[in-house]
Write a new protein. Structure first.
Length: 169
C-alpha cells in the first residue's frame, strides 16, 4: 500500500512539475512578445531630439587602424580602403538575457536598453592570416564617439549602425 502511494505521489508531482514548466514557458513567451512590442515603441522615438553625438572624428582613419591593432593577426601589414566620411548615427544595445521574476534565465529585457550616439564610418580591410597570406578585403563598420570606437561590426550591406545589438552579460 505504501509503495502504491509513493508511485501515485511521484506521478502527481511529475504532472504538476511538467505543468509548471509549460506555464513558465508560456509566461516567458508572453514576456518576450511584450518586450518586443515595448522595444518597437521605444525604437520609434529614436533618434532623440537634441541627442549628443560627440565630436566629429577628424582622424577617423587612424582611430580605426588603432582600434584594429588588437584584433588583427599582423596589424602592421593590414590594408584599408573605401573609408566613408563620418555620418551621424546611433546604436541600440538591448540586454537580452536576464533572470526573470520566476528565477529563470530568459531572453529580452526591454528595461535594460542603451542608446549610443556617435559617427559611423565604414570601409574594407585586408589582413594576413596565420600563414602570412592575405585573406581578401572584408567590409566593416564602426561607431565612433569622442575619438574612440564604441562598437564595430563586419559584413556588407548598408553602412549604418545596427539598430538593435543584443548583449548578454
Amino acid at each position: 500500500m505504501t509503495r502504491v502511494i509513493q508511485v501515485f505521489t511521484a506521478m502527481v508531482l511529475a504532472v504538476v512539475i511538467s505543468g509548471c514548466g509549460a506555464i513558465l514557458q508560456a509566461a516567458d513567451e508572453k514576456n518576450e512578445q511584450e518586450a518586443q512590442a515595448e522595444f518597437q515603441k521605444f525604437a520609434a522615438t529614436l533618434p532623440e531630439r537634441g541627442a549628443d553625438y560627440g565630436a566629429v572624428p577628424r582622424n577617423y582613419q587612424q582611430i580605426i587602424k588603432d582600434g584594429y591593432r588588437d584584433v588583427l593577426k599582423d596589424p602592421d601589414t593590414a590594408l584599408y580602403r573605401d573609408f566613408t566620411q563620418p555620418k551621424r548615427d546611433y546604436m541600440v544595445a538591448v540586454k537580452t538575457h536576464y533572470y526573470n521574476e520566476y528565477g529563470r534565465y530568459t531572453t529580452i529585457n526591454p528595461w535594460v536598453t542603451k542608446v549610443t550616439y556617435g559617427y559611423v564610418v565604414c570601409g574594407q580591410v585586408n589582413s594576413k592570416n596565420g600563414y602570412g597570406g592575405y585573406i581578401g578585403y572584408s567590409p566593416f563598420g564602426v561607431l565612433i564617439r569622442n575619438g574612440a570606437i564604441v562598437y564595430s561590426w563586419t559584413g556588407g550591406g548598408e553602412c549604418a549602425a545596427p539598430k538593435r545589438v543584443e548583449k548578454s552579460d
